[in-house]
Each structure stands twice: as structure tokens, then as C-alpha cells.
Design a binder for this molecule. Structure first.
Ligand code: 4NP
Length: 146
């Protein structure tokens, strides 16, 4: 799961997906990363932790990290939140195999539309709630595919 700061959307997406995978009794490695170094090492945004906790998901232990080219080797899919993330990940892709792993997470819900999960960072609690709902619907689709 990739976003910009790795403190709001992608840690939420990873936390939601991990929980759903555990509930489904599957064993899948899920991680998140970002491209903006500003928050590296920090815990997720307090509002992201809160909306997750309200929904029974604990993301408080995450520490923000940058996307690494190794992630292409370690993961089958790289889900991005918006166009900027898509450009960032595509830019560091080494070949077509890497590029084929990248997709907009909301394409799981609306195929080929490249819709974006809005960045809630400058928003309020209800923006985080919307982010959560979008990511939850997308993660349901991932689990259904497993
Ligand atoms: P995220 O949100 O990409 O969903 O983690 C952001 C968090 C921080 C910043 C931008 C987006 N920032 O510029 O600090």
C-alpha cells in the first residue's frame, strides 16, 4: 500500500487489509510505504489511528517508511492511492514486470477508472472516515480475490 506521507492512507489500508486477511484465515504479507521523507519514522497521523481504532483496527505500531525498489521483489501487488503515487512508483519501476504490479487501489471497485483516495491530511475527521470506508471496500475485494 503506497501513499505520499505513509502516515494516513497507506497505513490505514495496510491495517484494514491485515485484519481482513487474518479473519479470512489467510497468510499474506502486507506493508505500506510512502514517497515523502518528511514523516519517516513517525507513527501514523493521530486521526488515522483514531478512525482505525473505532473500527477495531490497530495501526498505532506502524512507523512511516519510504518505498524501496526491493518492494517490487517482495510484493505481488503495489496499490496506490492517487495519480501522484502512481507516477512516483512507476518512475522507480525497473521493468514491465514491476509496472504490471502497480494499480490504483480503487480500481478494485471501479475497474480502469483510476479513481483516487483523497488525501485526508489537510481535512477533518469526516475526511478520515471517508478514507476509511473507501479503503475498507477495496480491501474486501482483495480478500475476495485470495
Ligand atoms: P498520506 O497523507 O499520503 O495519506 O500519508 C499525507 C501526509 C502527510 C503529507 C502529505 C500527505 N505531508 O505533506 O506532510
Amino acid at each position: 500500500m503506497v501513499c505520499l506521507g505513509n502516515i494516513c492512507r497507506s497505513p490505514l489500508a495496510a491495517g484494514i487489509l491485515r485484519k481482513k486477511i487474518a479473519e479470512a484465515g489467510k497468510n499474506v504479507m502486507v506493508e505500506s510505504a510512502g514517497f515523502e521523507p518528511y514523516h519517516v519514522g513517525e507513527r501514523p497521523d493521530r486521526r488515522a489511528i483514531t478512525v482505525a481504532r473505532k473500527n477495531g483496527v490497530d495501526i498505532s505500531g506502524h512507523h512511516a517508511r519510504l518505498f524501496s525498489v526491493d518492494d517490487f521483489d517482495n510484493f505481488d501487488m503495489i496499490y496506490v492511492m492517487d495519480q501522484r503515487n502512481y507516477r512516483d512508483v512507476t518512475f522507480v519501476a525497473r521493468d514491465e514486470n514491476d509496472k504490471n504490479k502497480i494499480d490504483y487501489i480503487l480500481n478494485l471497485i471501479h475497474k480502469f477508472k483510476n479513481q483516487t483516495v483523497p488525501d485526508p491530511y489537510y481535512g477533518n475527521e469526516s475526511d478520515f472516515e471517508l478514507t476509511y470506508q473507501l479503503l475498507e471496500s477495496a480491501c474486501d475485494k482483495i480478500v475476495a480475490k485470495l
